[in-house]
Design a binder for this molecule. Sequence first.
Ligand code: PEP
Ligand code: MN
Length: 336
Amino acid sequence: MIAVLKAGVSETQKNNLVNWLKSQGVGVHMSEGEFQTVIGLIGDTSRIDPDLLNGLDIIENVTRISEPFKCANRRFHPQDTVIEVGQGENKVLIGGGNFAVMAGPCSVESEEQIVGIAKAVKASGANMLRGGAFKPRTSPYDFQGLGADGLELLKVARKETGLPIVTEIMSERHLDLFEDVDIIQVGARNMQNFELLKTLGRSRKPILLKRGLSSTIKEWLMSAEYIMSGGNENIILCERGIRSYDTYTRNVLDLSAIPVVKELSHLPIIVDPSHATGKSRLVKSMSMAATAAGADGLIIEVHNDPAHALCDGAQSLTPAQFDEVAAKVRAIREIL
Ligand code: PEP
Ligand code: MN
């Protein structure tokens, strides 16, 4: 249920209302926009009589929200959420018209590799560095990532370039290791690892929540809700393609998820054209399409030597190819 307050309601009146609602056993989520204050009621609202609430002279209107996601719902929070990472000249804003370009290798392989790629993608206009240290691989015999050492190498690359870092967490047991990471990624395979999501709800780090391999948009938003209902509202959604019957591309990129998510939610949404297509030659057109469709950013795999990458070489761009993609994306942004 949401209650929209009339303009000019005093702080005391707001507080009295919020205290009364809490005393009725519901959670309260306040969204103070420039023109409107929206109070979202979370939990069991069956004890709240909407007519009674509607009758109060400080209330403009009351609506029941039928969707199961509340905190992530745009009706609870009409204005776009803007996520802020990094500091000073390296500050990055994501959402609300701000566009982020995250680029880097699938996996961190060595200091030379990650620092070299970080410098290259920064020169081409990326404003964040990606790189996996804990890798969710289909086969246990494949490279599993450098683990904690990989996180340290990402920090070295951040120190050298200033680029904030985004990297994937695989288990809640590792959360302490991620304290100094700028954005924690939850990969497609862990989108419904509810214990992990609950743990991240207790953190205040921005979370990049990838869409599950065969998850509906509503299931994805419910996973965001797990994190948000724990108190962490810093979520960026990432469309990375879903499983379908066509196997020509690695996954099928659901670009319609961008406008749908923007209708349903206030959270920023970025696109990963690398995992979506699995083919480096398709990354440029899908990056341009995602940008044109209104994405708040991109996350793109870039490797100095794709043919010898320890993970996802076929979908990785060379730094020179990334430079071209970044320029095309800037051109689309200018048209928009
Ligand atoms: C990744 O970003 O390297 C990754 C494993 O992505 P996804 O979870 O989307 O497969
Ligand atoms: Mn990858």
